[in-house]
Ligand binder design. Structure first.
Ligand code: 26V
Length: 813
């Protein structure tokens, strides 16, 4: 694209003139961002067309990854990296008097996701394109992404995220590919001449789904896939229908507005479902639009319907797009006139499903009446799928009402989305070994008994391009100096680093890079928020959504304990530390919000106390996001992965942090177990209850939080500080809710049970940090093994075992 720096400078100055009518001397950083992204986008367009032409000519099988969330973050840096122009742009910008980082910081995050699930989808897109797989994302173009978090007086306040206010540089609106989506109305049936029933949907309301395509640039240099985000707009047909129905103009506009609002907001609650109609509409909206558009593409190939499973794979990312199953059936039967059996066979062979959580609160279910009213035809199809499935169960297990009741898709007045996804998919996977085992042995035991061949594990992964090559260029350079740069294409080659475990200069470099990153982060933090931290202190980092099971509370109580110890002149710290938290709480999650307030209260106390503040500091990072993650992860020493065992399906932050040389302090949960297997017990700090112990307590009882409180003075003192007048609580009311969760409601997440082991491991890490050589060696072992968690490996496994699509082989066996 640019052969050298001079060409690049010329292109940027040229684009500033033609796009913005400005000379470079007047240009702001924002102008430079605009010019640069537009230059890149023009180049991407050419290659994008080529990729699509090739897919069409070769009739390659296409993977459609349906997800309610794609947490993409910023695209400029990633696109420059994958287009291999980032170094030349860096030099050119310097010459023009600008910096690459500041230019990148101009871009707003595309925050179209809550957390792990959405970020995983984004990492997968990067790997799909980089492996040359024809794999595309289908999702929703929310007008408002994840809320903007502000901390006011220590409390979380949510503000809307107007991410589209400044135009999104990477999207292309394609109105010519819009499709109609129908809601409500009635269904009638008529018998055809051949005896089959024809179903007619009448009196429905329609809206247009308009696609906005975002290119996904692969690192292989020529594949550019598509993230297609659907936006809801009024349909001309519907306007006439509404005008007829309402007569009154303002009434009609109001109604229309409700329709368009379908794609307005990302639901910010990843822990409970409040059963909103709008959410169900969102789900059907993008599933229907996406399938219609994929089916149109398939029809252009002019093949028989039997070929559909050979040419398209539809993936259900968590249950949110599970309506793929009945919607595909509807299209094949009602629009393409296929028989039930034929349509079912095709559906089953094309659809696969990933489960991302075992938390029962997050399992999606819809009340039958609401469902039927919004999606009458889809409901009929689900009823039929359910009847046939229950009938099959009955023939296999006659009289076993209990089993049928547990497995039915429609039961207890609800439509159960997970059951629908399982019954309609040929593959069902969990996201880490432990998670998949729990699904098979417990949560989905009966389904596993019914369809054992469908269940498999695909441990999550992360893209090393964004999370190492781009986020941590200094480390990336140190690695390349020692083992060459083959690891960039084949991340498992990072294992070659293990040969250099005793190499003093490499160990020094690893330490120095970390130190450098901590300094850069501290500078950024100071500029951003005025908070000063000591870059020589241990950076202990807990970044993820705020949730009871992720146990930020355990971390917070430990800091209170440390503070008390220091004030009493007991157990002096060996190395000073700074505790960082980054976390958003769902707006209606009262407990999570109280924990945010507690962390901020602790920060105020600790940071303003001259007795301790040269040893201990607490920072709550406001509005934690992908771009903030990219800044703090390279600067982290200690990675907090302390969920209650069995609750964190996988975790992916744990992988990003290890890849950047942080040492994990974690429970044996999710993918932590696999990190432990990779690095060995000397290079990870584990503690706490095991998952089977947690599950046993949950089943059989036997844990009494109050006993822990009475037996352990450290716990009693710290927990009491939540409700008594103490440095952390004035009148004792603010944190009563947390106190009650721990003692009155018996500590659902076993915080007090694991407290003492956590303290011990914290202490051990603090001591170990002092031995710089040993610490850096552990750090190196973690970096070396992190290639196993590259999403390229994960995607290769999905491609081989689930989607059956061809790809470039980049992962070493
Ligand atoms: C759940 C719900 C429930 C109801 C309404 C809205 C909503 C939105 C999102 C979710 C997602 C919860 C599942 C989730 O994010 N799971 C996370 O997936 C990661 C990727 O597999 C995994 O690493 C985390 O351990 C897991 O918690």
């Amino acid at each position: 694209m640019f052969n050298n720096k001079e060409q690049c400078k010329e292109a940027i100055t040229g684009r500033l003139k033609t796009q913005l009518g400005k000379g470079v001397e007047k240009a702001t950083e924002r102008d430079v961002y605009k010019a640069l992204s537009s230059l890149l986008q023009s180049e991407i367009m050419k290659q994008w067309k080529k990729t699509n032409d090739t897919y069409r000519t070769n009739k390659d099988k296409q993977v459609y990854y349906f997800s309610m969330e794609f947490l993409m973050g910023r695209l400029l840096g990633n696109n420059m990296l994958n287009m291999k122009v980032i170094d030349v742009v860096d030099e050119a910008l310097k010459d023009l008097g600008f910096s690459l980082t500041n230019t990148e910081d101009q871009e707003k995050d595309a925050g179209l996701g809550n957390g792990g699930l959405g970020r995983l989808a984004a990492c997968f897109l990067d790997s799909l394109a980089s492996l040359g797989i024809a794999g595309h994302g289908y999702g929703i173009r929310y007008k408002y992404g994840m809320f903007d978090q502000r901390i006011v007086d220590g409390y979380q306040v949510e503000l809307p995220d107007h991410w589209l206010n400044e135009a999104f540089a990477w999207e292309v609106r394609r109105p010519e590919e819009a499709v109609e989506v129908r809601f409500e109305g009635r269904v009638t049936s008529r018998e055809r001449e051949d005896g089959q029933l024809d179903f007619h949907h009448e009196g429905y309301e329609t809206l247009q789904a308009v696609p906005y395509d975002v290119p996904v640039v692969g690192y292989n240099g020529d594949t550019i896939n598509t993230l297609r985000l659907w936006s809801a707009e009024p349909s001309d047909k519907d306007i006439m229908h509404l005008a007829h129905k309402y007569h009154d103009y303002s009434h009609m506009l109001g109604h229309q507005r409700t329709h368009e609002s379908i794609s307005d907001i990302l639901y910010p609650d990843d822990s409970t479902l409040e059963g909103q109609k709008l959410r169900l509409k969102q789900e059907y909206f993008f599933v229907s639009a996406g399938l219609q558009s994929a089916i149109k593409k398939f029809e252009q190939l002019d093949l028989s319907w039997d070929q559909l499973p050979h040419k398209a794979a539809f993936h259900i990312n968590d249950t949110h797009p599970a309506l793929i199953v009945p919607e595909l059936m509807r299209i094949l039967m009602d629009e393409k006139q296929l028989s039930w059996n034929k349509a079912w066979d095709i559906t089953l062979r094309s659809v696969s499903y990933t489960n991302h959580t075992i938390l029962s609160e997050a399992l999606e279910m819809w009340p039958i009446d609401m469902f039927r009213a919004i999606l009458p035809r889809i409901f009929m199809i689900i009823e039929e799928i359910n009847n046939r499935f229950c009938h099959e169960l009955w023939t296999k297990h006659p009289g076993d009402y209990d089993r049928i009741g547990r497995l039915a898709i429609i039961a207890d007045g609800q439509v159960k989305m997970a059951h629908l996804a399982i019954v309609g998919s040929h593959s069902i996977n969990g996201v880490a070994k432990l998670h998949t085992e729990i699904l098979k042995k417990r949560e989905m035991k009966y389904f596993f008994g019914t369809f054992p061949e469908r269940f498999n594990n695909k441990t999550n992964g992360i893209t090393h391009r964004r999370w190492l090559m781009h986020a941590n260029k200094p480390l990336s350079n140190v690695i390349t100096d020692v083992i060459g740069d083959e690891w960039k294409r084949q991340p498992t080659r990072l294992l070659n680093l293990l040969k250099y475990q005793e190499d003093a200069s490499l160990l020094d470099n690893i330490y120095n890079v970390k130190q450098h990153n901590k300094e850069s982060f501290s500078d950024w933090l100071y500029k951003q928020s005025g908070i000063m931290v000591d870059p020589t202190s241990v950076f202990d980092v807990h970044i993820k959504r705020l949730h009871g099971y992720k146990r930020q509370l355990l971390n917070a109580l430990h800091i209170m304990y440390l503070y008390n110890e220091m004030k009493a002149n007991r157990t002096p710290q060996v190395a000073p530390r700074t505790f960082f938290f980054g976390a958003k709480a769902a707006p209606s999650y009262h407990f999570a919000k109280k924990v945010i307030k507690l962390i901020n209260t602790i920060a105020t106390v600790v940071n303003n106390d001259p007795d301790v503040n040269d040893q201990l500091k607490v920072v709550f990072l406001e509005n934690y996001s992908v771009s903030i993650a990219e800044k703090i992860i390279p600067a982290t020493n200690v990675s907090e992965q302390i969920s209650t065992a069995s609750k964190e399906a996988s975790g992916t932050g744990n992988m990003k942090l290890m890849m950047n040389g942080a040492l994990t302090l974690g429970t044996m949960d999710g993918a932590n177990v696999e990190i432990y297997e990779q690095v060995g017990e000397d290079n990870i700090y584990t503690f706490g209850l095991r998952s089977d112990e947690v599950l046993k307590y949950e089943r059989e009882g036997g844990y009494v939080a109050k006993n822990r409180y009475h037996q352990d003075e450290r716990i009693r003192h710290t927990v009491d500080q939540l409700i008594h007048t103490s440095p952390f609580s004035d009148d004792g009311t603010e944190f009563k809710f947390i106190y009650d969760a721990l003692l009155t409601y018996n500590d659902e997440y076993f915080v007090l049970k694991d407290f003492s082991e956590y303290i011990e491991k914290q202490k051990m890490m603090n001591r170990d940090y002092k031995d710089v050589r040993q610490w850096s060696k552990k750090s190196l072992v973690n970096i070396a093994h992190s290639g196993a968690f590259s999403s390229d490996s994960t995607i290769e496994a999905y491609a081989n075992d689930i989607w059956n699509v061809k790809h470039q082989q980049v992962v070493l066996k």
